[in-house]
Design a protein around this ligand. Sequence first.
Ligand SMILES: NC(=O)CC[C@H](N)C(=O)O
Length: 388
Amino acid sequence: MTTSTRGTRVPAVLVLEDGRTFRGCAYGAVGQTFGEAVFSTGMTGYQETLTDPSYHRQVVVMTAPHVGNTGVNDEDSESRRIWVSGYVVRDPARVPSNWRSRRSLDEELAAQGVVGISGVDTRALTRHLRERGAMRVGIFSGNALPDEGTMLAEVRQAPEMKGADLAAEVATEEAYVVPAIGPGGAAVPVGEARFTVAAVDLGIKGMTPHRMAERGIEVHVLPATATVDEVYAVGPDGVFFSNGPGDPATADHAVSVMRGVLERGTPLFGICFGNQILGRALGFGTYKLTYGHRGINQPVQDRTTGKVEVTAHNHGFAVDAPLDRVCDTPYGRAEVSHVCLNDDVVEGLRLLDRPAFSVQYHPEAAAGPHDAAYLFDRFVSLMEGQRA
Ligand SMILES: NC(=O)CC[C@H](N)C(=O)O
């Protein structure tokens, strides 16, 4: 049973695995929770962040001081539920105000059993994570809290993100179809779309099939466990691998399915986890970033055009591929197509001899920015090229 903390001041404490603690008030559900502490720098889009399945098992610290101002609506969620395991804010809105708002963020977190904490100096916490790196954390709230030694011991027993295999925990169990959208916004009958795409769901966000549907693509979303035969059973013109939670080093099944697609030469597009899986399929390694990229204003350069885009990110791992040369892989030549201008992290991969590419960031970004939406058009061009 969870209760909302609205109007009350239930004490809460956040305990990092290195022993640093922050005190505040309960926000959302009262109880205790654990996860990996990460910070997001997005000033808007908290509903999309909370419902992004890639945040499964992460406690998200918002650097924007005011959160919850526009409440929660019935339209903007990226999936069926909130996935963050905990939520840390400085100064939540007391009264949400927006014409679409249906309930307050505090009520929504409580209704979904998500434990949060407010009144935290999120700037100090973010600086700490930036210096020491993402680490395990616990939030404990209630009128009778355990002593600090007990809380710290519990945090240190929680599972780490490195080595976590989480995609199957968030992905759909049943395949489903997102129909193409025709002129005037009408759904195109199944089977009559311009293109069919098999989308392997590793934690897909709702906006991704929508962005494809808008381009005349019928999207068959398949469970994370789908086999190469199941992918080809939908008769795809292209195959897509989604974003998702956890450590890409554990995604062996997805890597082997992707290799099956690369062998057949079907147009392939990957986003975020999908980019890391393409990296692995080509023989590159992946590694954990110190504190990751999360937010909606990260500068990325498309090295094929030289253009810089402002982009949405949510990743804690990255592909280890050389920036300065074209590499020979089992599937022909490959290169790093996109790079983050803040820290030179690999943000995209492109094959030169096969119709396959991927990006580490989010061209579908629902709260925006939309600078990278052209990547969906690139995927369409690859499918057109294959037909010609
Ligand atoms: N959004 C994603 O797909 C994240 C991929 C992976 N879980 C990471 O943290 O890097």
